[in-house]
Design a protein around this ligand. Structure first.
Ligand SMILES: [Zn+2]
Length: 133
């Protein structure tokens, strides 16, 4: 295994919300680290050293594996342990504070998007849906 390449692919999978790959790659890297394989170098302007690289990679892999599992097991891919904050992907309209309320209001295509800075979910609001028809 090339842990650096696996790490890069894992972060790409997270960015693109490819949960099957997040799960597979995080498990592969965790197995590698458990067998005392060297840790990928975590990108940072300064050298962090093997101990911190190992800790950061292991902690991140455990988090990513858990989150991917929750998303894959959740109805509609909506993880229940993530705070629900929704915005419209087209007009930035803010959604209600729960998934059920959003569905009741007519929001569609609600997706968990963990890389966003302020919201955890994107969807299409009823106004944009009406405008598209
Ligand atoms: Zn909208």
């Amino acid at each position: 295994m090339d842990p650096k390449e696996t790490w890069r692919m894992l972060l790409d999978a997270w960015f693109h919300r490819n949960w099957d790959d997040v799960l597979e790659l995080s498990e592969a890297l965790l197995n590698w680290l458990h067998k005392d394989g060297f840790a990928p170098q975590i990108e940072y302007p300064r050298e962090l050293g093997p101990d911190l690289n190992r800790l950061l990679a292991k902690t991140a892999c455990e988090f990513l594996r858990k989150r991917a599992t929750v998303v894959k097991e959740s109805p509609n891919g909506i993880p229940q342990d993530v705070g629900f904050s929704l915005t419209c992907s087209e007009c930035n309209n803010e959604g209600p504070e729960s998934y059920d309320a959003a569905i009741a209001e007519g929001w569609t295509r609600i997706e968990y998007v963990p890389r966003l800075s302020s919201e955890n979910f994107l969807g299409s609001c009823p106004i944009c849906i009406a405008a598209d028809q």
